[in-house]
Design a protein around this ligand. Structure first.
Ligand SMILES: [Zn+2]
Ligand SMILES: [Zn+2]
Length: 121
């Protein structure tokens, strides 16, 4: 006898859809992935998307959050784009997000779409 209720099946479908949405594309870099998620889901004041990226593609990069914090993104994902990385093409904010240039699997570096923000204090 199959004891799986329709509600359980529906719940499973929702779960599958959610995990499909947060899955990085093949070769997608941290910065493109997190921006794509922020554009869809918004920032909740944590590093949930950088953490998800790390867990899914580079589980051994345990110092990722420390590195982000050292670049000024101490508290949440959207700070990455205020303090750490900006678009390599200047007018990109006004246009749709370009496709990721790609990085090797296991890398937490941004692709060629991004440059480090250099602040002058
Ligand atoms: Zn934020
Ligand atoms: Zn990228």
């Amino acid at each position: 006898m199959n004891t799986t209720s329709i509600a359980d099946v529906a719940e499973q479908i929702v779960q599958d859809t959610v995990s499909a949405m947060v899955q990085p594309n093949a070769g997608e870099c941290l910065a493109c992935y997190v921006l794509r998620q922020l554009n869809t889901f918004g920032c909740d004041g944590s590093h949930r998307f950088s953490r998800a990226f790390r867990d899914l593609t580079a589980p051994r990069a345990t110092s990722l959050e420390v590195r982000l914090a050292s670049m000024g993104a101490c508290c949440c994902d959207c700070e990455i784009y205020m303090n750490a990385y900006e678009s390599a093409q200047r007018d990109w904010e006004s246009r749709p997000q370009p496709p990721c240039c790609g990085v090797r699997l296991g890398s937490t570096q941004p692709c060629g779409n991004w440059v480090r923000i250099r602040r002058y204090y």
